[in-house]
Design a protein around this ligand. Sequence first.
Ligand code: FMN
Length: 437
Amino acid sequence: MEEGITGGLPGKRHRRLYRRWGAGGWGIVITGNVAVDSTQLATAHDLRVYDNPHTVPLFTELNDALLADAPEEGRPLTLVQLSHAGIQSSPTWGLSRAPWEPAVAPVSARPTLGRGFVAWLFEHILWPTKSRAVTDLAEWLDIAGKFIDAAAAMEEAGWGGVQIHSAHGYLLANYLSPLTNPHPHALPGVPHYVPLRLHLLWLILTGIAAATEPRFVKAVKINSSDFAAGGMDEYQAADIIREIAAWQLVDILEVSGGTYSNPAQAGTARQSLFAHFTTELIPTLPPVPEGPAILLTGGMHDRSLIASSLRNRACDLAGVARPAALVPDLPSRVILNREIDGPKAKVGPYAIPQGPLVQRLLGGGEAKTAAKPGAVKLVGAGVSTTWHEWQMARIGLGVEPDPQLPWISGALTYTLWLDILGGGPRGWIARYCGWDD
Ligand SMILES: Cc1cc2nc3c(=O)[nH]c(=O)nc-3n(C[C@H](O)[C@H](O)[C@H](O)COP(=O)(O)O)c2cc1C
């Protein structure tokens, strides 16, 4: 999960947070977005892989911190999520380039956030210019190379593997989707049997396999659907996943869904969000270890749901995001704690104080009515994401998460003071230069 801490290279606050997760009984810990191109960020909090001498040492320190208090008999697998935000990279939100410089994507377009004036306004503030369509094949090879180099750097830093982010409307999801890549080109060096839409991912995965040891884990996060008219649907996603599985290059495949236009992954239903898809998919895949282990994330917040999903083969691995921001040791404290009876082994429902109010003020409608025309769904998801990021920022500061944290005071304390006024940019520069922060 994106950590809610000033981005750049990992620093002291990242190490404190990951150390807590490492001690929490998780089987795998996956970082938030780590950008392979520091100009194409998802948010200003993205960690980044630079071509500079401090990248490997600081990622080594993060991995060491993650494992420092891990139980000897159950050290988690540590994965770095490599991403490139593609069409959704916003210069004004990510602060990584001048506002007039476009995002890089397979098409020239601007993400759509809904209908009505508020959606239009957000779209033009977040993306003052449309994305630039990459047409030069050498530029695609260069982008693939950034993922491969980043993976090799993470192996050098001691991480157990990488997860290639190909979901949520980021660049690799753009490449897979008919909506954002209507006329995919053949990329050099890719065998003819690979479908055109998968060329970029094939180059990245084969490149990583060649550049790293076989035991270095290769994971992919992919959408079950874009949940957008004209985008990748569940049939296309299932075909794509079967094709990827057949390459035998991927150890873990995480299923998610949605884009900024319709952030399905941020759904709040107390049920597994994409289990209907994986339940039908898994019997059509080669079994592990020939095929990838399927990791299902979204709404898996209690023991009985996780257990029934594993038992019914809706997944091989269960992923948990939001609750990990509130209870960093959720597995050992709750889910796997035998002293807690089954029905109680869950993260109780919690409401974000002032969340619906802020959502309405910003044009996202109330939680119940967010689907109404004119309501910007990204605002609803953003209000929840930001509040969970503040909880992680608290852990990074050495204080406990606060489920009662009102949205307004969180915005003033963590975003305005800590991120903007109180030294956020200073930390980013300090870590880039290799100074302790
Ligand atoms: C604060 C926050 C940060 C997130 N950051 C990322 C991220 O960096 N990469 C990613 O693939 N998904 C990210 N997600 C999405 C989660 O991985 C997950 O798909 C989603 O929250 C649903 O799972 P959950 O119900 O267990 O929270 C983030 C979600 C939240 C709330």
